[in-house]
Write a protein that binds this ligand. Structure first.
Ligand code: UDP
Length: 432
């Protein structure tokens, strides 16, 4: 797609070097604008390699003292990072001088990028990929974002759920926001072949004819891998096999559980695709420990972070999403649909804007393992319905979450921010 704004010089800023959903959402945008733009990363990692391989210029402005400030962190942590933050803000402002617009893709990037405007007047587009609530952020971080939010020229959100959270936080119910659902290219999902499915299954010890459940997500408590473990333990071992939930107690797990018991369902395997990307190693260790203690290793497989998601999804019979806190968007849900698999997802946040229950997939209450067990059992026993959900899901995902539509919204948002800046220059030429 060649557009006028594709020639704009944009400085994208992202705090992470990891390949999280926000970074994967930025990738096609950065590629689209790569001719005259660049990405600033506040941390090094595989995202840099991926950007550079796609021909995108990357500047690294890493400082461990700034990246060490967590999104639920306390005031002291932020104050200790004061001087390094100031230096990063100055460095960002210096870089921004050569660009027409700053595009801020993560919260830390938003804070630093907005402060950088003290030194360099450039229009700002803020892409908000997070639900701004206490499920995900500390009180102080929310206050900082609320204070800085009005300084964004154009704000893009990736779901209505994210828009609602921002409007609630800022107390501006009518704040104009651009809605850009993530666009995902279906081509790699169409190209997977059966030999790959067999090879991947063989590599991890899943028989070709086993019924395989895939959960694709970084390992983190709020992503709810433990909910799937509990659900499958009931399917594999019956009522007495239920795992001890206390091992995974923690903030965000609403424990919203129904009491009806599912029937046993042998011959199933579970594959967790993803790694603990953002310091949730303890949680990942507890998952593995519980699997080992219950002797579930032959049926439960941890394969770590994988690049070829379409191939791994093709190797599954069902894709499950289990977040116990509202998901801002849920790329994996759309990817599961594009892969032509029946998807069961947690009914909260952006996910409810993607799946229509019992039409394009199944929705279960977040944290409700028995309900998830029953949904799995339903798909297993009724392959015809499973096929119908998958087929309708694929059609809807292709139509509603296309990369072209996504890039068009982003393009328009950038154009609008540039136009506003130009209009201001004409009215107050000496101030800009
Ligand atoms: N993903 C990946 N490799 C993995 C696990 C996940 O590339 O091993 C990708 C997944 O395909 C999806 C993204 O990471 O595109 C996660 O995005 P999502 O919106 O589901 O969650 P987030 O990470 O943004 O919370």
């Amino acid at each position: 797609m060649a557009t006028a704004t594709a020639h704009a010089r944009i400085l994208f800023v992202d705090q992470s070097g990891e390949l999280g959903g926000g970074e994967l959402a930025l990738l096609p945008v950065a590629v689209h604008y790569r001719e005259r733009s660049a990405v600033v990363l506040l941390q090094d990692g595989p995202f840099r390699t991926r950007l550079e391989a796609a021909g995108v210029k990357v500047h690294l402005l890493a400082d461990a003292r700034v990246s060490g400030v967590r999104k639920t962190g306390a005031l002291m942590g932020i104050l200790r990072a004061g001087w390094p933050v100031f230096r990063q803000v100055r460095a960002l402002a210096e870089l921004a001088r050569d660009y027409d617009l700053i595009y801020l893709n993560t919260q830390k990037a938003f804070v630093l990028g907005t402060l950088a405007r003290i030194f360099v007047r450039k229009p700002v587009v803020w892409f908000l990929h997070d639900i701004l609530s206490r499920d995900h952020f500390g009180r102080l971080q929310l206050r900082i974002v609320r204070t800085l939010a009005p300084f964004s020229d154009v704000t893009i959100v990736n779901s209505e759920a994210v828009a609602d959270s921002l409007r609630t936080l800022t107390g501006r119910p009518d704040a104009p926001l651009e809605l850009a659902y993530n666009g995902i290219d279906p081509t790699p999902f169409d190209l997977t072949v059966n030999t790959q499915r067999r090879a991947l299954r063989a590599a991890i010890g899943v028989p070709t004819d086993a019924w395989c459940i895939g959960l694709f997500s970084r390992l983190a408590h709020w992503k709810g891998q433990h909910v799937l473990l509990e659900a499958v333990s009931q399917l594999l071992l019956g009522e007495h096999g239920a795992l001890e939930r206390r091992a995974f107690g923690g903030a965000g797990d609403r424990g919203n559980r129904s009491t009806e018991r599912p029937a046993r369902l042998p011959e199933i395997h579970v594959v967790f695709v993803g790694a603990a990307l953002f310091g949730e190693d303890d949680y990942a260790a507890r998952l593995r420990d519980v699997v080992a203690r219950h002797g579930l290793q032959p049926r439960v497989h941890f394969v770590g972070f994988q690049d070829d998601i379409p191939a791994w999804m093709a190797a599954m019979d069902v894709i499950v999403h289990t977040s116990v806190a509202p998901e801002p968007f849920g790329r994996v849900v759309v990817e599961g649909m594009l892969a032509g698999k029946p998807v069961i997802a947690a009914r909260a946040g952006g996910v409810t804007e993607i799946i229509e229950d019992h039409v394009t997939g199944l929705l279960t209450p977040p944290g409700d393992a028995p309900a998830l067990s029953r949904a799995l059992a339903l798909l297993r026993r009724d392959p015809e319905s499973a096929r119908e959900f998958a087929q309708r899901g694929r059609e809807v995902a292709r139509r509603r979450f296309s990369e072209t539509a996504y890039l068009e919204v982003v393009d328009t948002a950038i154009e609008r921010a540039l136009e506003r800046a130009a209009a201001k220059t004409q009215v107050f030429p000496e101030q800009v």
